[in-house]
Design a binder for this molecule. Structure first.
Ligand SMILES: [Zn+2]
Length: 386
């Protein structure tokens, strides 16, 4: 289909080129060289020799105000098709022509930068965009493409600098991305145990997007590193209200916060409420652990009751573990065999999945490595998940 569209596109483009060429030739009163070019170009296309047809197109078609959009659209079509070298050839040809207005020049430069990014030539794209930014009337398009480049290079500081330069924080759908860039830096500072820098960067992240859940996760991690478990608990309980789907991610940390407060009853109450409002297998098993301190029988009864309502492989595994200790030798052997299967099932099923592209992983990722979207990876719920 794409080939057919390109063929039609090319034919139209060469047709226009032929017409413009013929008009030009008529003015010069010379014979029909453009006619020849048109038929030669068409012949190349019909023989699927798009390289030769493209060369002819570039040579024949004078760039002017009437057909600039045709050149740009043809270049974009090649890029979308994955033929980036042809897109680059068309856009570079445009830039080599004289007489373009500032606006036209900027259009061609932006398209060429897109070509370079698609080809993985990030340095060349960056250089072109930085050198030609002054020509652009569409600062947002310029800045966003530079942002994409720095994001791919994981150069968060340059990304934030360019966002400031092009005022990208005012673009609503970019605020979340920018906030994550500051979070990335905050996490790096935290890993280096530079807590003042981490706190400063988190403040920046919060300023860019107030309700970014990652900010509260890192805030809690900083508080825990400072052994302020009361504050860490507050951050995590707030996060549970704001983004319940993330509860399984930080349940272990929250358990630690309650343990340091030696308030077991408060922990159990929180889990009870959470089980009613945002049930998940992780919360159910945390509650079972609490009940197990009273008796294994009570924990087993609770898990059995919950599994009837919300069956899950992880919960079933826990129940087998509990029953294993009471089982006779023969029964234990059967339970072990059964557990071998359920453990394999649990391990084979990824715990997280991107809602945008379906990419599955065993650990939480704030940015999906496949579709590069932020905040799209969530814990998997259901029989083989939470
Ligand atoms: Zn994805």
């Amino acid at each position: 289909m794409m080939d057919l569209l390109l063929l039609l596109f090319f034919s139209a483009a060469i047709g226009i080129g032929w017409w413009l060429g013929r008009r030009h030739q008529a003015q010069l009163q010379t014979p029909c060289v453009a006619d020849e070019n048109y038929y030669r170009g068409l012949n190349y296309l019909l023989n699927h020799d798009t390289d030769a047809a493209l060369d002819l197109f570039i040579d024949s078609l004078e760039v002017n105000n009437h057909n600039l959009d045709t050149h740009l659209a043809l270049g974009s079509a090649f890029r979308r098709k994955g033929e980036v070298d042809k897109a680059i050839q068309i856009h570079q040809n445009l830039l080599n022509r004289s007489g373009l207005t500032h606006h036209q020049l900027a259009q061609a430069q932006l398209e060429l930068a897109h070509d370079f990014v698609k080809a993985g030539l990030l340095d060349r794209a960056e250089q072109l965009l930085l050198e030609s930014a002054g020509f652009s009337s569409d600062k947002q398009a310029w800045g966003t493409l530079l942002l994409d480049i720095y994001q791919r290079e994981k150069d968060w500081q340059k990304a934030l600098d360019i966002a400031r330069r092009f005022q990208l924080h005012k673009v609503p759908n970019l605020a979340s991305r920018l906030s994550h860039y500051a979070c990335e830096q905050a996490q790096e500072a935290l890993d280096d145990e530079d807590l003042p820098a981490a706190k400063l960067l988190l403040k920046q992240a919060k300023g860019l997007k107030t309700d970014n859940p990652r900010v509260f996760m890192i805030d809690a991690a900083i508080a825990m590193q400072q052994q302020d478990y009361d504050l860490a608990g507050k951050h995590l309980r707030y996060l549970a209200e704001q983004e319940p789907s993330l509860i399984p991610n930080f349940l272990t940390d929250l358990a630690q916060c309650f343990a340091f407060a030696t308030d077991q009853q408060a922990w159990q109450n929180w889990l009870d409420t959470c089980m009613q409002e945002h049930p998940s297998t992780s919360v159910m098993l945390a509650l079972a652990d609490v009940l197990r301190q009273e008796s294994d029988t009570k924990a087993a009864a609770f898990v059995t009751k919950e599994l009837r309502k919300r069956p899950s492989v992880k919960g079933f595994n826990y129940l087998i573990d509990l029953h294993m200790q009471w089982a006779t030798d023969n029964a234990r052997e059967s339970l072990e065999a059964l557990q071998g299967l359920t453990v394999a099932l649990e391990q084979r099923k990824p715990a997280f999945q991107c809602k945008q592209c379906g990419y599955a992983s065993s650990s939480m990722q704030w940015q999906c490595p496949t579709c590069h979207q932020w905040d799209t990876t969530k814990p998997v719920y259901g029989l083989r998940g939470e």
